[in-house]
Design a protein around this ligand. Structure first.
Ligand code: NAD
Length: 258
């Protein structure tokens, strides 16, 4: 049986599906991942994404804000067919939740309600002051960068402004992590889309799902350490593979495909 058909069948048989996404689900929306050829690691120093470097180096902060302002990656990106395929699982009442490592807000933009998206690494739509903890929408801070502030600080307390996301070296939000673990343990199908499954603790989620008895499916361009545990592995572009899977699910819902 073809892999896309196999995943469609698993979706039809399941009631509480978790979709777990990494940077690979958003590359077709124009947001590069970290590790692929041409990804962020090939253009920037990985150390610049640690909290220690961001807080200690004004130059690193300047590089970050310049990248966000010049590329507009987190303000202009739109969902792609893989995000919409995930949203249709919600519309069909099969989605328990999305657990995402991404910070790009694209699952919500595609139509998954906020309370169904567990963001393990935060959301780039907000900027937080590391001094007074005040929050500002990203576009307001980017406007200040465009107007000449190279590494903008907090207008209220002069503290360092930082995207409200989890940098390497920072703790994950405790509540969200706890919810992600318990949801993973209770789902019946866990679909990984576009993740190397190498960034922890996020990458533990599929193992919690497996130990709770769920089936695992992986849609990724390159191999992952959990491929051997999966019922189905689809090696292809998420934005092409997921709509093909959903077409088959639709067929199955309207016929006796099951
Ligand atoms: P990663 O960069 O380590 O890996 C991405 C994976 O997706 C790779 O295995 C790659 O082969 C695969 N991939 C790339 N394009 C794909 C496509 N079109 N279809 C299917 N697979 C594709 O990313 P990661 O494992 O998610 O971990 C890195 C961390 O980077 C995450 O924790 C996340 O917080 C952060 N990040 C987020 C964004 C975003 O929000 N869009 C972008 C870059 C990095």
């Amino acid at each position: 049986m073809e892999e896309t058909e196999r995943l469609a069948q698993l979706i039809l048989e399941s009631k509480r599906i978790i979709v777990f996404t990494g940077a690979g689900v958003s590359t077709e929306s124009g947001i590069p991942d970290f590790r692929s050829p041409g990804g962020i690691w090939s253009r920037y120093d990985p150390e610049d994404f640690t909290i220690q470097r961001f807080l200690s180096s004004r130059e690193t902060r300047r590089t970050h804000w310049k990248m966000y302002a010049e590329t507009g990656i987190f303000t202009k990106a739109e969902p792609n067919p893989a995000h919409y395929a995930t949203a249709s699982l919600h519309h069909w009442g099969k989605l328990d939740c999305v657990i995402t490592q991404n910070i790009d807000n694209l699952h919500q933009k595609a139509g998954v309600p906020d309370d169904r998206v567990l963001e393990l690494h935060g959301n780039m739509q907000w900027v937080v002051c590391t001094g007074c903890r005040g929050r500002t929408p990203l576009p307001e801070v980017l406007q200040r960068v465009t107007d000449g502030a190279e590494a903008p600080d907090c207008p209220d307390c002069r503290g360092i402004l930082k995207p409200d996301v989890v940098f390497f070296g920072e703790m994950l939000p405790e509540d969200t992590l706890a919810r992600a673990v318990s949801r993973s343990q209770m789902c019946d199908l866990f679909i990984v889309i576009g993740s190397t499954l190498m960034v922890y603790p996020a990458a533990y989620m599929p193992t919690y799902a497996l130990s709770g008895g769920a089936k695992l499916a992986i849609v990724n361009l390159t191999p992952t350490p959990l491929d051997h545990e999966a019922e189905v592995v689809i090696r292809g572009k998420a934005g092409e593979m997921m709509p093909a899977v959903m077409e088959r699910v639709k067929l199955g819902r309207s016929s006796d495909f099951r």
